[in-house]
Design a binder for this molecule. Structure first.
Ligand code: LLP
Length: 432
């Protein structure tokens, strides 16, 4: 029933995270509340780093995709583990810099970076800009010229692999707003532009095939496609691209029934393919970058809510309403994302009640999960949604003028606030 090894049940029958009683946390900080386990985040970060060491002799680095959860303390934790960071906006770059991250360790993505964002990135010596369009290449070149800097550039390529959770197909990816397509010669043209641009140092190629993927095969295929592009560029220009970034997308456990993924198995399979393919194509092994977001942070987090009402509509359904919802977790409303929901103060009782977990927002679609098996709660019980560490806080909103929840980090059995709960004053601070 528990989706992560940072979770447990204590002698009171309460859910724990990092060994700390969640009912205690709900009382101390109020709800809704995000809670994260620092050890869990650090352990996964370490294992990715170790994997790059092992499989590529340390030539490369894991890059944390900060869109999954970006705040100063998460940036500090990731940085202290030696990972680089992927940013997709000036705001994410700004947060990382304010947290003390060396901008050289930042990789700046985005399909429509504004001139202002690119200028900010180049001015602050962001280490790698991933060009997503011809306009990006031209703008980076122009800004490099203005600031008298040679800018490191990577090209985002669409490898033509469309990955899904349980299947993959190899066509259709040309229809994506991200990156340069291989099929129509765009990628080749982008490479030519990048080589010719005076103020650009063309360092790498990048691909990202999707998110919450459980199959290893699409990653293996993508690495082969990317290496054959590196070979094509080498044959044409006599230059071997140094960096290969294979993106993120490893799946995590939201439900008990989700497969348990050993990321190391993925890393080994991809590494085997990279080594074999480089040998076959007479290429040097490039520096390998991967960009996990969800798999570093997702299982490390949970959300705590207080149950407000239980509404039983005979022959229709039972609604359990909580004091949060789509404002702190829009993922069910957006993607019908699956989650495990538990009553944190009644963990030893049998989850025999079928109910839909609803939020407090003024929308019928404000649901956290439909028709789940759960212990029947009463008002005042603490309901926890598991594996909410990724794309929850980072996608939260103030809809209905609800303040965003606080986030508490657990480390060595102690709790500390890393993001304060928003106040009502925060809500109106920009109102004139
Ligand atoms: N690299 C690039 C270029 C990406 O676009 C993404 C995710 C990642 C890395 C990290 O992927 P991950 O390892 O986290 O799967 N909001 C959606 C997910 C959007 C992912 C966007 N890009 C959700 O809540 O499921």
């Amino acid at each position: 029933m528990l989706t992560s090894d940072c979770l447990g049940i204590n002698e009171k029958g309460h859910l724990t995270i990092g060994g700390v009683d969640t009912v205690y946390l709900a009382e101390k900080y109020g709800t809704p509340l995000y809670v994260m386990s620092e050890d869990k985040i650090r352990n996964i970060a370490k294992s990715y780093l170790e994997s790059i060491r092992k499989n590529y002799s340390g030539y490369g680095v894991p890059i944390y995709a900060s869109k999954a959860f970006c705040c100063k303390e998460i940036c500090r934790i990731i940085d202290s583990e030696g990972l680089d960071m992927d940013a997709v906006s000036k705001g994410e770059i700004y947060t990382a810099i304010k947290a003390g991250v060396n901008p050289k360790k930042l990789h700046f993505h985005g399909n429509n970076k504004t001139y202002d964002e690119l200028f900010y990135a180049v001015e602050n010596d962001v280490g790698d800009i991933i060009a997503d369009s011809f306009e990006d290449i031209n703008r980076v070149d122009e800004i490099g010229g203005k600031l008298n800097k040679k800018v490191n550039l990577t090209l985002r390529i669409k490898p033509g692999i469309d990955a899904h959770t349980h299947e993959f197909i190899r066509t259709g990816q040309i229809d994506s707003k991200f990156g340069f397509a291989l099929e129509n010669g765009e990628a080749e043209k982008a490479a030519e532009m990048a080589f010719k641009a005076e103020n650009i140092s063309f360092k790498g190629v990048h691909c990202h095939i999707g998110s919450q993927i459980f199959d290893v095969e699409p990653f293996v295929l993508a690495s082969k496609v990317m290496l054959s592009f590196i070979k094509q560029v080498k044959d044409e220009y006599g230059i071997e691209i140094e960096n290969l970034n294979l993106g993120g997308g490893f799946g995590i456990k939201y439900l008990d029934s989700d497969p348990f993924l050993e990321y190391e198995v993925y890393m080994e399979s991809v590494s085997k393919a990279v080594h074999e393919e480089c040998k076959r194509l007479s290429l040097k092994i490039p520096n390998i970058y991967i960009e996990p977001g969800r798999s570093i942070i997702g299982e490390a987090g949970i959300t705590l809510y207080t149950v407000g009402s239980v509404k039983e509509i005979e022959n229709v359904r039972n609604y359990i309403s909580v004091d949060g919802g789509m404002g702190d977790n829009p993922r069910y409303a957006l993607y019908q994302a699956e989650y495990t929901c538990v009553i944190a103060n009644k963990m030893n009782e049998n989850p025999e009640y079928t109910a839909t977990i609803a939020g407090k927002y003024c929308e019928s679609g404000d649901l956290i999960q439909e028709n789940v098996k759960i212990v029947k709660p009463v008002a005042g019980d603490i309901l926890s949604v598991l594996s909410t560490g990724a794309y929850n806080y980072s996608m939260a909103s103030n809809y209905n003028r609800n303040p965003r929840p606080a986030c508490v980090m657990i480390k060595d059995g102690t709790d500390r606030v890393i993001i304060k709960r928003e106040t009502f004053e925060d809500l109106i601070k920009n109102d004139i």
